[in-house]
Write a protein that binds this ligand. Structure first.
Ligand SMILES: Cc1cc2nc3c(=O)[nH]c(=O)nc-3n(C[C@H](O)[C@H](O)[C@H](O)COP(=O)(O)O)c2cc1C
Length: 202
């Protein structure tokens, strides 16, 4: 199969694009508004973009509440969404009014960051505390701004639950971080983890 994206004529029942860039890590973004309300939502347009310094990015399709809060406060957290809290992660994606806490909605505990004034998921095995470094609206080839806003943040502090550490490493069998596949599919990085040594030996 081959198709060009100007027509997007793939002929399939569902658009395969997001199933090709898969699995995608999920940044479970916690923010606080200027009005002190809490917000929590999953973002699979999320990744590390630098490790010196440590910078992560989530991208909002359109102007969503997490973007608004990150703009207002310059702060966010990214909790690890694992298999044991998969249904809560999904519940926190509900399209609720601004100011409604998805922590409460999903039955999760909001814990404030120790370095940044933004909440993270206490039940998560790990969380990153981040300060916004820049927010970019990417452009298409026509020079027009995409309907997307990329929020970059430097990771200032990291929480890890000792329960997922084995032999000095985060054990994926224990952590089971969710990955978003295409459609409604997820993976949990569990028992199918395998090791490959790089040509450099690293
Ligand atoms: C697993 C998962 C991943 C998602 N990834 C994104 C994403 O990367 N960008 C986005 O704009 N919405 C994404 N969504 C949808 C948002 O979570 C949803 O629109 C949510 O209501 C946004 O909340 P907010 O307005 O409080 O930020 C995702 C939903 C799920 C369930």
């Amino acid at each position: 199969m081959f198709y060009k994206t100007d027509t997007n004529a793939h002929g399939l029942s569902h658009d395969p694009f997001k199933a090709i860039v898969a699995p995608r890590p999920i940044g479970w973004i916690g923010t606080k508004g200027r009005d002190s309300s809490y917000n929590l939502s999953p973002y699979s347009f999320f990744n590390i973009v630098s490790d010196r310094p440590k910078i992560v990015m989530f991208s909002s399709s359109g102007r969503k509440h997490s973007l608004r809060n990150a703009e207002e406060t310059g702060l966010f957290t990214a909790s690890m969404a694992s298999r044991h809290i998969a249904s809560q992660m999904n519940a926190s994606s509900a399209p609720v009014d601004y100011g409604v806490s998805e922590f409460e909605l999903a039955g999760l505990t909001a814990r404030m960051g120790r370095v940044v004034d933004a909440p993270f998921v206490a039940e998560a095995f790990a969380a990153l505390e981040c300060q916004v470094t820049e927010i970019i609206q990417p452009k298409g080839l026509d020079g027009e701004g995409a309907d997307a806003f990329m929020v970059f943040g430097e990771v200032l502090a990291i929480h890890i639950d000792e329960a997922i550490i084995r032999n000095g490493r985060i054990d994926m069998d224990l952590a089971r971080p969710l990955g978003r596949m295409g459609y409604r599919d997820y993976t949990d990085g569990g028992s199918d983890v395998f090791e490959i040594t790089r040509p450099s030996g690293a």
